[in-house]
Ligand binder design. Structure first.
Ligand code: ARG
Length: 463
């Protein structure tokens, strides 16, 4: 093959007098990773050709040939009969070249009135929109699983923590519903992001628009976009929508990472609050007794790369002049890896969460340690007329006594308790029980089992 024939192989080879350096060809190619856009690239091209025929730039016969040809290319790709060529750089030129191989000269008319700059921006948006819908469903599955476990565990008592020290008793259902609330916000952010993903840049062409009488509203309609974008320069260079998605993903992963941390702690022999089924754990090659919570650990670990991708995209866009720059080709790998990671983590969590088993006895025993009802005793004194600061001091003394004696407040005698304050009477034992403590926090957002059940019912309605 001569140099001349090699340069003219490139769709843009006309003005070049020597072939691309072999390394540069590989260095600049994106087909290795953007081929996953093939389906959306073809969908976009079919809509573009349909619109071109509608406005008279293509004949109906040309359009039909192109549409049939593109469907053939898609079938080839899906059947594995497609060899991606690095010398054709990216998914767009690979598909266009194959179309022309299939249908001849008409294939060369497809690119009329568009550029790869608006084409790639359109493809990513179409692809991301579909992936967002998949992620939204998976998120919903996880949320619904969480509600089921929360309902099952609405009465199960565990210690609530601040500073990871025993604070006050809570119900496990209430704790699970805290996770649920985080996911509600994630789901809202995802839908909000989708609105800005679902606008169509096609028609911006290279940067300034095109001289053909295109109908952008029609193409937008054909592709299910809410509307075409307003400004051609912005259309080809905007990647805010990908950054927004990665920002949603970073927060979601941050939440999953927090759940994970708790699951890891709770499965340990030291906490012993929950059990994860064997199918979500793995063993050790040396220590026969080990059952490791690999799924939560990996999810916690994968949060790092997702957070990193957000920073990659922000840094990619920082200082870019208008309009399209080749820098933007670097948007795909962080975005794609974010999508793959988030989908994998959500699937693992949606499958695993309903299988979490609470060890109620162990949780209860832990709630009994650490004087978790000390605030309840202080509130009891206040209700009998003791100022709160004095009540705090009195209970502090009682706790110090309990620490020395290794006994919980509920395990002291009435005489012992009354020794700390003369207002303490036999009814004190009602507030020192774990059940009494959680029952008493009976208001919107509180941990009382009835409130948790009501929160679950509201959540089910909204989901
Ligand atoms: N592969 C390119 C990308 O991902 C497509 C757009 C190329 N445009 C260009 N003018 N070289 O951004």
């Amino acid at each position: 093959m001569t140099d001349q024939s090699k340069t003219s192989e490139k769709p843009w080879g006309g003005r070049f007098s020597e072939p691309t350096d072999a390394f540069v060809e590989r260095f600049t190619a994106s087909v290795g990773f953007d081929q996953r856009l093939y389906h959306h690239d073809i969908t976009g091209s079919i809509a573009h050709a349909t619109m071109l025929a509608e406005v008279g730039v293509l004949t109906a016969a040309e359009r039909d040939q192109i549409v049939e040809g593109l469907n053939g290319v898609k079938a080839d790709i899906e059947a594995g009969n497609f060899e991606w060529s690095v010398s054709l750089e990216d998914v767009h030129m690979n598909i266009e070249a194959r179309l022309t191989d299939r249908i001849g000269i008409t294939g060369k008319k497809l690119h009329t009135g568009r550029s790869r700059n608006d084409q790639v921006a359109t493809d990513i948006r179409l692809y991301l929109r579909d992936e967002i819908d998949v992620i939204a469903e998976e998120l919903k599955r996880l949320q619904s699983g969480l509600l089921d476990v929360a309902e099952r565990e609405a009465d199960t008592i565990m210690p609530g923590f601040t500073h990871l020290q025993t604070a006050q008793p809570v119900t496990f259902g209430h704790h699970l519903m805290a996770w649920y609330e985080m996911l509600v916000r994630d789901a809202e952010r995802l839908q909000d992001c989708r609105k800005r993903v679902n606008v169509m840049p096609l028609g911006a062409a290279a940067l300034a628009g095109t001289t053909y009488p295109i109908d952008r509203a029609m193409t937008a309609r054909l592709l299910g976009f809410d509307r075409p974008t307003e400004n051609s320069l912005d259309s080809v260079s905007d990647r805010d929508f990908a950054i927004e998605f990665c920002s949603f993903a970073a927060l979601l992963m941050t939440h999953l990472s927090r759940f994970s941390e708790e699951l890891v702690l709770w499965t340990s022999a030291q906490f012993d609050f929950i059990d994860l089924p064997d199918r979500f754990c793995t063993g050790s090659s040396i220590m026969p007794q080990k059952k490791n919570p690999d799924v939560p650990e990996l999810v916690r670990g994968k949060t790092g790369r997702v957070n990193g991708h957000l920073v990659s995209l922000l840094t990619l866009m920082k200082s870019q002049p208008l309009a399209y720059n080749k820098d933007n080709q670097e948007d795909k790998e962080p975005l794609f890896d974010t999508l793959d990671t988030v989908k994998g983590c959500l699937k693992a969590y949606a499958d695993m969460v309903p299988a979490i088993r609470a060890k109620a006895d162990s949780m209860r025993a832990a709630a009994k340690r650490g004087f978790s009802t000390a605030t309840d005793l202080a509130d009891y004194l206040v209700k009998k007329g003791v100022p709160f600061r004095d009540a705090h001091e009195i209970v502090g003394k009682a706790v110090a006594f309990g620490v020395a004696e290794q006994r919980d407040l509920s395990e002291m005698t009435l005489d012992e308790l009354a020794g700390f304050s003369s207002v303490i009477a036999a009814d004190v034992f009602d507030v020192l029980t774990l059940e009494g403590s959680v029952q008493a926090r009976n208001h919107l957002g509180g941990t009382a089992p009835g409130q948790v059940r009501a929160a679950i019912a509201r959540a089910r309605q909204q989901l």
